[in-house]
Design a protein around this ligand. Structure first.
Ligand code: G1P
Length: 271
């Protein structure tokens, strides 16, 4: 049963400066709605009942956004605008499902995930990276179905341009399970073009076993001096844990770069 999701939100968002100099990137509007709400919609629709936000002191505005009850209540009292009431109900609904933990030093996604160790109840949980939006088809829901069937960890994937592999975690396939699911034999964080085993990239949706915490606890720093979730996954794969690459069916939007962020708004407005 996948009932909990983790969303790392402590990143600095430097690729989106100047927009992120005082404002968390996850609250930036994408076609009239903060990016994070697309991710939350995906989680809820996939059956998740608890979402753990990993924030930092610098990103407390995210907590405030979901915790601004008194502000909404005073506005609604004065002005019975049905649109505001509806928005408040939605935010309140999300708030009841969110827990906050802190990662005050930007030491990487692996370190962020480790901060949630004590809160994870079941054997498997979902991890969503908020820069990656997947529209039209619920990727998390599809991955949960695959996990139920094959009983392993699952990572979303897509093919990327060969000269762009150094932007992604890249994996190699051991065996095709069917046309959109593959057994993974190795994964490397942001390899050079010449070292990349393929152009199959990991996209920000993972179903992970609780056992990952054991690996993260002694995970050494990797690329850029950060603790990468990919490096802990790699060690698990080498220790024979099953990891499946899932070629997702939805439309991928990269909201973490300025070009991608602008494009996301345009693409979503056309859906
Ligand atoms: C992270 C992961 C990387 C993955 C990517 C997907 O990188 O470390 O393996 O391919 O997300 O978006 P980041 O975007 O944090 O640089």
């Amino acid at each position: 049963m996948i009932k909990q999701a983790i969303i790392p939100l402590a990143g600095l968002g430097t690729r989106l400066l100047p927009l992120t100099s005082v404002f968390p990137k996850e609250l930036l509007p994408i076609n009239g709605k903060p990016g994070i709400e697309y991710i939350l919609d995906e989680c809820i629709e996939a059956g998740v009942s608890e979402i753990i936000f990993i924030i930092s002191k610098k990103k407390e505005m995210i907590k405030k956004y979901f915790n601004n009850d008194s502000f909404y209540k005073s506005i609604i009292k004065k002005k019975k605008d049905p649109r505001i009431i509806k928005e408040y109900k939605k935010i309140h609904f999300f708030r009841k499902k969110i827990k906050f933990v802190y990662q005050n030093k930007p030491l990487g996604t692996g370190d962020a995930v480790l901060k949630t160790k004590k809160l994870i109840k079941n054997d498997y949980f979902l991890l969503l990276l908020p820069d990656d939006l997947i529209m039209k088809k619920n990727c998390s829901k599809d991955m949960i179905k695959i996990h139920k069937k094959l009983k392993g960890s699952v990572m979303a994937s897509m093919k990327v341009k060969k000269n762009n592999v150094d932007r992604w975690g890249i994996y190699s396939i051991k065996k095709n399970i069917d046309k959109s699911n593959f057994k993974i034999s190795d994964v490397i964080e942001k390899p050079n073009t010449k070292d990349a085993p393929s152009n199959n990239a990991v996209i920000g949706r993972y179903i992970l076993s609780k056992k990952i915490f054991h690996y993260l606890q002694n995970q050494k720093k990797g690329k850029g001096g950060e603790i990468h979730i990919t490096d802990a996954i790699r060690r698990m794969i080498l220790n024979q844990y099953l990891f499946i690459g899932h070629k997702f069916a939805g439309n991928y939007l990269d909201c973490g770069s300025m070009k991608g962020y602008i494009k996301s708004g345009i693409e979503i407005s056309k859906l």
